[in-house]
Design a protein. Sequence first.
Length: 536
Amino acid sequence: MTQYRIMLVDDEEEVRRAIIQKIDWQRLGFLVAGDAENGEDALEKMEQLEPDVVITDIRMPYMDGLSLAGRIRLKYPSVKVLIFSGYDDFEYAQQAIKLNVKEYILKPVNVEELTEILIRVHTSLDDEIEQKRNVSLLRESYQKSLPIICEVFLNELVSGNIEEPVIRERLKEYEIDIQGAVAWLTAVIEVEQKETHSRTLFHNEKELIPISVRQMVTEQLSRYCRFTIFNAYSGLALIAAVDEGITLTGLIDLLGDICKECQKILEITVTIGVGHRSSRLSGLGNAYSSAVDALGYKAIVGTGNVIYINDVEPVGRGKLLLDSREEAALLTAVKFGPKEKIEAAVDAIVLKMEDAKVHTRQYQVYLLSIINCLTRLAQQYDLELKEFIGQGQNLYQELIERLRRPEELSSLIIQTGCRMNEAMDRERYNAAQQVIVEAKKYIAEHYQEPGLSVEIICSHLHLSPAYFSTIFKKETGQAYIAYLTELRLQKAVELLTETDDKTYVIASKVGYQEQNYFSYVFKKRFGVSPTRFRRT
């Protein structure tokens, strides 16, 4: 039987002890993780105790059971809340229902009744976990989502953001049959939907046009080659596997026939942009980009046919440019690492240089683009690029000298990127420490304010609460609320020792609106009340 963690919250210790002792928790599948005296105390302990169920009294000082249930619902929505109440009040019960309270139990409650309730709660938790773990349901959900998942993956593929091994693994997983080809061809299919006065086939159902075009492309190509067709950001996209016996000319001719068929049968104009062929799956990003470029020539070439990029931009001209995808991949790798990511990004850039057949000046411009990219990144972190190359060395000159030796060229860029990554990691660590210093300073200046919260500090520091809470605990070893409470109590000790202020005045000076709650927190920390502490 699965054991769930439970926490008891009641301002009377005898009640908590009685409940703990009278119930056979282990037999019912529960473990009492801890208890608390009130709602404030419970919230402070929940992060550490991580209960699955909270049993709370409705009437308690500082924070009642309903307020606690509301806070739990916001911060820990999966935790089940059971409320004990001595009040058979419809309004209380109604509020409890709104707060998603699992059980509203009227006092006095006997062991048998509570046992039955706990059995129901355990069953409910089991059912929830079973539903989440249900493999068949997950598989069914996965199968339903598969077309969407495939389209997302294929869009990532043509954006050029996936590495070759991952591409092969995903293609196999999603059963997209285009692997093992000699090369691949990408195309973008654009359907013109002009407003006309004539009653065409799709006069009243224009949303069916792309579906019909997709169906026609599928029917025609399935007899000739392996391919996948999907909705991309630039329109209907196609990746065709060029196997042995299949020629680019034959494939382009077939796509031209499809354009004519669409005009003849569907009475619509379809233009297809075809990109450069790619010998690697990881090169489909650039190939797809060239297909989009090809489509851009329709204003010159005309619509209703195939536009092949090699026809409008002859290969002989040659272009070697660091495009936005490659630059983004390099920047991300150098910023966040690890070394393997940096190596992969650099290898892709150098491989592009090896494949290019361009003038030497273009190689030089390409290298300058890489240096410019790294320089801008260094400036963001207030770093000097020359610090990562070697004393007296010039990165551009070093790269030019290694231009004929790709492995050495790659090695130098990787080495520079890794050193920059290490320096940026140090900068981020120093920045995190500086944030903590500023946060401590702000807390020290504002701890007297009762409403001082994480959100207020984060607004001052321009950080998100989640990030601040993570680095604050990592750097100080304490959660924010624990640190603030400790600081307030130490200031209270100073005031108790050095002044004759009344307890309620001291409570107000250290950020507590209620004297009673201040006394409660103080006694919990030091074992005695503020008044007795002063006497001793």
